[in-house]
Write a protein that binds this ligand. Sequence first.
Ligand code: ZN
Length: 121
Amino acid sequence: MAKDMEYQQLIHASKWLRLRKLILTRTPLCQRCLAEGRTTAATEVHHIRPVEEAIAFNDKQQRMYDQTNLQALCHDCHVRTHTELGRSGRKATKKRNEKQVKQIIKKFFDGERGEDRGPIF
Ligand SMILES: [Zn+2]
């Protein structure tokens, strides 16, 4: 789907790869491990406000490259953070897609449907 392609485009852009490297250089330790009293090297950069949940491409871009939206994590903490937020797995993806579809439908159909026609879905 187009949404995922936009995400893929952003995550593979050299701009992101450079920023990711910058964050990991500047924040070499996993922030969550640090908060929990462990010292672990950060290997991944987490987006606090999820890029894939933004609807407009502009918003995606903004979230992707906003340094205040980024957090250096180790792989385990990254996976754990996503699991806790319910963002990983097929169930979360399905739920997110349904939410996006509803928002798009609302955007395009609100105000265009006559009272007499009743719900489409
Ligand atoms: Zn960690």
